[in-house]
Write a protein that binds this ligand. Structure first.
Ligand SMILES: C[S@@+](CC[C@H](N)C(=O)[O-])C[C@H]1O[C@@H](n2cnc3c(N)ncnc32)[C@H](O)[C@@H]1O
Length: 258
């Protein structure tokens, strides 16, 4: 296992750099993330929580931790993220405990026997989302809660359609399969909510979509970027209003550890 001093793994580092550069603009552009965070927080407002640590995993600027604190005053989550710039943004908006931590290392021991682990739009950035989700579930105490929202493989349908129509590679982030994540969660938890949400903006062109991703620092990818000619072909094949397809398919799960 890496020590805190050793350099972060390649992709983690790329993700951290991209989010770090755009940290000052994140809240302004992350409208979908904010809406889903609010919804997740709503589900957490009346949970019977045991005593124990509570955390927002991949908290970024703390949209979820802040939404939970607003809807359930007194409940303060530890905001854990690999990007110090985003954590600092959140603290400047609403002070709270935070920890810079690479989730590829699993969870810190201070979250052993956790009472609530919440996470919004973060799990998909990890190398093995299913394995990490399992570790998160295992670190909960019996009666503890997991509340998670994560974009899944059915997302980016217009982008995929454009790539296939243009004959260029799809260069977006590979996203986890919703059914696999659900199966992992069900091994450890009793699920009280499990829904696939779909979001699309039919009128949006490809360039606007890709620029919005970049504006919040969410453009990191494990694949090589397109050449300018390929990018032009991709944009020319982006589906139009007549063929609306979901930009985002988000799995929302709320479960209690057995
Ligand atoms: C799309 S943002 C979501 C942030 C926040 N949860 C929200 O709802 O706005 C993804 C977050 O995951 C964090 N992240 C990605 N990979 C990570 C890793 N390996 N360890 C810790 N955080 C990570 C990023 O730094 C970023 O803050």
């Amino acid at each position: 296992m890496r020590t805190p001093e050793s350099p972060p793994a390649g992709f983690s580092h790329q993700v951290r750099r991209c989010f770090g550069r755009q940290a000052a603009h994140y809240d302004q552009g992350a409208l979908l993330q904010a809406a889903v965070a609010w919804r997740l927080a709503h589900l957490c407002r009346n949970l019977a929580l045991p005593n124990g640590p509570c955390a927002d995993l991949g908290a970024g600027s703390g949209l979820l931790a802040r939404a939970i604190a607003q809807q359930r005053p007194g409940l303060e989550l530890l905001r854990l993220d690999n990007c110090p710039e985003l954590l600092a943004q959140g603290i400047s908006r609403a002070p709270g405990p935070s920890l810079q931590w690479d989730l590829e290392r699993g969870l810190p021991s201070q979250l052993d026997q956790a009472a609530l682990l919440a996470s919004n739009f973060a799990l998909q950035w990890l190398q093995q989302p299913e394995r990490e989700l399992q570790r998160w579930c295992q670190q909960l105490q019996p009666g503890g809660w997991l509340a998670v929202a994560v974009p899944t493989a059915g997302s980016f349908a217009p982008w995929r359609a454009a790539a296939s129509g243009a004959g260029v590679p799809f260069t977006g982030l590979g996203l986890p399969d919703a059914a696999s994540l659900e199966a992992v969660a069900r091994q450890e938890l009793t699920l009280h909510r499990c829904r696939l949400l779909h979001f699309s903006r039919p009128s949006q062109d490809g360039l606007t979509f890709l620029r919005q991703m970049k504006a919040i620092g969410a453009q990191a990818s494990r694949k090589a970027p397109l050449r300018p000619t390929q990018l032009r072909q991709l944009l020319a094949h982006w589906p139009t209003v007549s063929r609306p397809q979901p930009d985002w398919q988000v799995l929302l799960m709320l479960g209690r550890k057995r």
